[in-house]
Design a protein around this ligand. Structure first.
Ligand code: ZN
Length: 162
């Protein structure tokens, strides 16, 4: 096995029915502290436009660059008030907690912090947070105020756009 594809660190996670959509979600069975690396997103990296990538699990990591998760990270749902973020750490793409998380909580991140333009894959959010954006369309469509608010959570390629 290629050592670079090994997990950095993995929490006890499981897949169950989501609290936010009609599909599955990723949950933790243990407490997680703030700023912990939870799991590495492992998958194939594809360089193309989203319309050609055609994958519901595609996670954007740069302009015209996506990772298609192969592990359970493909089940992480969006929330406008998430408990995690996606971070690029020494060429690895990881899920990191941004707050304390209790056992049996669903893990979420804000898709607007990774996706530039979801196009036809835009969707109605079911997070029910008081600051819910309604339709999740991608970073491109956020107001400047929301972009600035998300500055600490967005991927590096989006930071140049603020
Ligand atoms: Zn929402």
């Amino acid at each position: 096995m290629d050592p670079s594809s090994k997990l950095i660190y993995e929490k006890q996670l499981y897949v169950s029915l989501s609290n936010f959509c009609n599909g599955k979600g990723l949950f933790t069975s243990q407490k997680i502290e703030q700023n912990e690396i939870i799991i590495e997103i492992i998958g194939d990296v594809v360089e193309d436009d989203l319309t050609n990538v055609h994958n519901p699990y595609a996670l954007q990591i740069d302009f015209r660059k996506y990772i298609i998760p192969k592990n359970i990270t493909r089940y992480i749902n969006h929330s406008c008030d998430p408990n995690c973020k996606i971070e690029i750490l020494n060429d690895k793409i990881v899920l990191k907690s941004i707050k304390k998380i209790n056992e049996f909580e669903e893990l979420t991140y804000n898709y607007n912090t990774t996706e530039y333009d979801l196009g036809v894959d835009s969707f109605r959010c079911g997070c029910k947070s008081k600051d819910c954006i309604g339709i999740v369309k991608g970073f491109k469509y956020l107001s400047l105020e929301r972009k600035i608010k998300l500055a600490n959570l967005i991927l590096p390629y989006l930071k140049i756009l603020i």
